[in-house]
Write a protein that binds this ligand. Structure first.
Ligand SMILES: Nc1nc2c(ncn2[C@@H]2O[C@H](COP(=O)(O)OP(=O)(O)OP(=O)(O)O)[C@@H](O)[C@H]2O)c(=O)[nH]1
Ligand SMILES: [Mg+2]
Length: 451
């Protein structure tokens, strides 16, 4: 049976590589903390199973020591900068492939350009294989697939895949979804593929972010088993509350959220399968909402002397991050199925859930009589933190992302704006139309079930 040990993390584009590096740093730090304990009472860190031995130098300008333990993560980016930064911070994936130029924030450029060629650099093979770095002449999609395949084959069973990427950038959205589609056609049909898809800031970061998001959301609807929609607005809000503003803080929040999500399921349980089975059993509704309580580092905590009550943890550090109404500001957001991952024991999880239900932070559809599942385990804690709760929920606010993106894409389509940026890469008006249609149909399914 697969477990957390059989997860392959594939991180694509600047956002994927950078947030993935923050996750890797946390996994390695937990491992090092456990190893620092005397051998007689040394615990196994919750995500130790994700660590593998990496071989020789395979990343830009940062030769890794042989036999270094690193998380089973493959980094893919069209440009090397995010990888350089991650490697300087000593957060290395097991394999990295890259080219020398970004995709200019255009989905089509990431999705289709890699068909045609352009030398990719990197080492897609396992540590034991012969080195194939430098200008290999292989295109980025092929090189990325070779790395993914090599590490998948190193696992006892086909691993489940966590694809970490943004919906807005050219590489993360375009190449990320292209990789997903290729995996589906290429032996990964047995694997559960869950994406951690970073939603751009609502205030807007690029005039074509909605088009990129619509095109990738429609591909996720067709190819992923579940997609965690990680809103950058929430991550930035969490970071600001924690007095760690900016993208670094946002990534620290996202890393904590993903670490807890992967680690909470207990021995012998495959985390991604658990999430798909419990939260996304209906294929038409696979877009999930995810939040974790994240204690502001600067805030004094009673946890240093005693364990704070769940009411305090949830009210102060989870509820403020969770939206309760749709973008119209009045229609309540409803859930149909939710999972709560608690640090601690089963009784801690039960207590946390009772407190959460009393707070009405999450409201479930009236017909759903048994909406919650809990998972509990001693999980990594942040400095000064005594307990935390993470919630993954199938919620109607997916409608806002799907409809909002499709609406803006249709407006650009009517105006004929920006289409010429996509057509040279083989993504034309019909593809925009199709993506809008898929996003709207998916949104309709949510409306029918929830509202
Ligand atoms: N949370 C978070 N979001 C990021 C980060 N870097 C970029 N983003 C978001 O990602 C989106 C832009 O995508 P990028 O990942 O930068 O683009 P890319 O995938 O590298 O694609 P190209 O640069 O166009 O080739 C925007 O919504 C950014 O806010 C990061 O480190 N953390
Ligand atoms: Mg980039």
């Amino acid at each position: 049976m697969s477990t957390a040990d059989d997860v392959l993390i594939v991180q694509v584009g600047q956002c994927g590589v950078t947030a993935g590096a923050a996750l890797s740093a946390r996994i390695c730090a937990r491992h090092d903390a456990c190893m620092a304990q005397p051998a007689s009472r040394r615990p196994r860190a919750p995500l130790d199973g994700l660590l593998v031995r990496r071989g020789r130098a395979d990343t830009p300008s940062s030769p890794a020591a042989a036999d270094e333990l690193v998380p089973r993560a493959v980094s893919v980016d069209a440009e090397p900068k995010a990888m350089h930064d991650a490697h300087k911070a000593h957060t290395k994936p097991v394999a990295a492939v890259w080219t020398e130029g970004g995709r200019g924030g255009v989905f089509a450029n990431g999705f289709a350009r890699d068909y045609g060629g352009g030398g990719a650099r990197g080492l897609p093979q396992q540590a034991s294989s012969a080195r194939r770095g430098g200008e290999s002449g292989v295109n980025l999609l092929s090189a990325a697939m070779a790395a993914v395949r090599a590490w998948a084959e190193s696992s006892a069973t086909t691993p489940d895949v966590l694809l970490l990427h943004s919906l807005a950038g050219g590489t993360g959205s375009g190449l990320g979804t292209r990789l997903l589609e290729t995996m589906r056609d290429d032996g990964f049909h047995k694997a559960f593929v869950v994406t951690a898809s970073v939603v751009p800031l609502a205030c807007g970061e690029s005039p074509i972010q909605a088009v990129n998001a619509t095109l990738s959301l429609s591909s996720l609807a067709e190819n992923a088993d579940a997609a965690l929609l990680l809103r950058n607005d929430d991550a930035v809000r969490a970071a600001t509350r924690a007095r760690e503003p900016g993208m670094q803080g946002a990534n620290a929040y996202l890393a904590a959220l993903l670490e807890r999500t992967l680690a909470a399921h207990g021995r012998g349980v495959a985390p991604l399968r658990d999430i798909v089975t419990e939260c996304a059993p209906i294929p038409a509704m696979k877009f999930l909402d995810a939040h974790t309580s994240w204690r502001p580092a600067s805030q004094p905590s009673s946890s240093l002397s005693s364990t704070p009550p769940w009411r305090e943890v949830l009210k102060a550090h989870l509820a403020p991050l969770v939206c309760r109404t749709h973008v119209d500001g009045t229609t309540p957001i409803k859930s149909i199925s939710s999972m709560a991952f608690a640090h601690g024991t089963e009784s801690d999880a039960g207590e946390a859930l009772a407190t959460l239900q009393a707070s009405r932070t999450y409201t479930h559809a009236a017909w759903q009589t048994d909406p919650w599942r809990t998972r509990s385990r001693p999980l990594p804690l942040l400095a000064g933190e005594a307990r935390h709760l993470t919630v993954i929920s199938n919620r109607s606010n997916a409608i806002d992302v799907l409809e909002g993106s499709a609406r803006r894409t249709r407006a650009l389509l009517r105006a004929g704006a920006f289409v010429h940026h996509y057509t040279p890469f083989g993504v034309d008006k019909e593809d925009w139309e199709h993506a809008c249609h898929v996003a709207e149909t998916t949104s309709d399914a949510y409306r029918a079930f929830y509202l």
